[in-house]
Design a protein around this ligand. Structure first.
Ligand SMILES: Cc1cc2nc3c(=O)[nH]c(=O)nc-3n(C[C@H](O)[C@H](O)[C@H](O)COP(=O)(O)OP(=O)(O)OC[C@H]3O[C@@H](n4cnc5c(N)ncnc54)[C@H](O)[C@@H]3O)c2cc1C
Length: 376
């Protein structure tokens, strides 16, 4: 069987790419060693924060505006609560990276935000406690994405447009020729050929792309708590939050959609892909989050209703990789993680589809070249 494109990996970026290519009428097959929605990669764990006043760097904002448009279209078309516009509140010292970076991006790109004093924010959201020397910046159009629902729906929709899915069947080896690729996978009849290969293999990218890229995998964990006071952190009137704690790890929280409030730290995890034991979230880790919440969200942490580990795949500058393989323009690499890539899913899929079907993207992806690491 000959395909236009083989996509390796069915996390958010592989599935969005498959969906966008299928929507353009290309014949696509996606490979994945696990089952869609599994909890060993980076795209699971109920929810992700979506925001556009981007403290990380203003150059992301045009991409986020496009991602936002597509998330909204999918929410409307699929009649699913894909994106819930709870708003996003960032809290921190006004000269800290989170507050100053968010404000700079908002001003440069006209993203609506309200700058609030601690008292104003605490009056509006009584479940919060904010020190007086901090500032709160509220982005009303930010929100929360329902991650597993998105993955399953993407598979269903792409499948209805002709895409083929091979779960329990990872890519084992690939070879590029001038006019296409040959891929060996884990099943009985293991050779498929296509015009292009997309490697969206998350934490396995270094292994699957066979380049010496400076990617570092980091174990993270998230815990969901039933609030002590019912309704105080409900997603109907409490935003997603991110807290800059100065020299301590940044912490973020996702409001209660019925299962509880989800809390996590940003970075600070052990390096490497954890083994089975390392996938367990320990009592000590749960208590670290309780301790932080007792200061900022004092009523948030009752009983634990869910906990997961998850992987960040970090580049040294925390920017993405979206580029052709150094050895072949038939092989496209997608590493859109460093802990902030889910929200970009639709625009990453659109870019990948444009690069393959049109020979280039209409979006500015110059920051995401592999050459910044290799000197090419
Ligand atoms: C705890 C946590 C919180 C986060 N919070 C946010 C947030 O709030 N907002 C945000 O925007 N982003 C967030 N992120 C980042 C975001 O979730 C990731 O950037 C995104 O999920 C990465 O998706 P991916 O498709 O690249 O990787 P993955 O989801 O890991 O998908 C890669 C897939 O490739 C498969 N694979 C591996 N080897 C092979 C092979 N040989 N052949 C075929 N397939 C293979 C894997 O099994 C996996 O399914 C968070 C990440 C974590 C871990």
């Amino acid at each position: 069987m000959h395909y236009d494109v083989i996509v390796a990996g069915m996390g958010i970026h592989g599935l969005m790419t498959t969906y966008m290519l299928a929507r353009r009428g290309l014949k696509v097959v996606a490979l994945e060693p696990e089952m869609v929605g599994h909890d060993l990669g980076s795209s699971h764990g109920m929810t992700r924060v979506h925001r556009r006043a981007y403290f990380e760097a203003p150059f992301y904002v045009p991409l986020l505006k496009r991602a936002d448009e597509i998330w909204q279209q999918l929410t409307d078309e699929w009649e699913l609560p894909v994106l819930s516009r709870t708003g996003v509140l960032v809290i921190g010292p006004d000269d800290g990276r989170l507050a100053s970076g968010s404000l700079a991006s908002a001003r440069e790109h006209g993203i609506p935000v309200d700058v609030m004093s601690p008292d104003e924010a605490m009056l509006r959201w009584s479940g919060l406690h904010i020190p007086q020397d901090h500032v709160a910046i509220f982005e009303p159009e930010g929100g929360v994405l329902q991650v597993e629902q998105v993955l399953h729906r993407l598979k269903l929709m792409a499948g209805s447009m002709g895409a083929k899915f091979m779960e329990g069947c990872g890519l084992v080896r690939w070879e590029a020729c001038p006019d296409g690729v040959k891929v060996r996978h884990e099943q009985k009849d293991p050779l498929i050929e296509a015009g292009w290969l997309v490697l969206a293999t998350g934490a396995n990218l270094v292994e699957t792309c066979r380049l010496d890229l400076p990617l570092q995998v980091e174990r993270q964990y998230q815990v969901v708590f039933m609030p002590k006071q019912h309704g105080l952190y409900s997603a109907s009137d409490f935003p997603a939050i991110a807290i800059d704690r100065g020299d301590e790890l940044m912490t973020y929280g996702i409001p209660d959609f019925g299962n509880g409030v989800k809390l996590a730290f940003h970075h600070g995890g052990r390096s490497g892909i954890p083994d089975r034991d390392g996938r367990v979230v320990t009592e000590m880790e749960v208590n670290r989050l309780r301790e932080v919440a007792s200061e900022w969200l004092p009523q948030a942490c009752g009983e634990v209703t869910g906990k997961w580990t998850c992987l960040y795949t970090n580049t040294p500058d925390e920017q993405f990789i979206i580029d052709w393989h150094l050895a072949s323009r038939r092989v496209l690499l997608l590493s859109c993680c460093s802990g902030h890539g889910y929200k970009f899913g639709p625009v990453v899929g659109e870019i990948a589809a444009q690069m393959i079907a049109d020979g280039g993207s209409s979006h500015d992806i110059s920051e995401f070249r592999i050459g910044r690491f290799t000197g090419n």
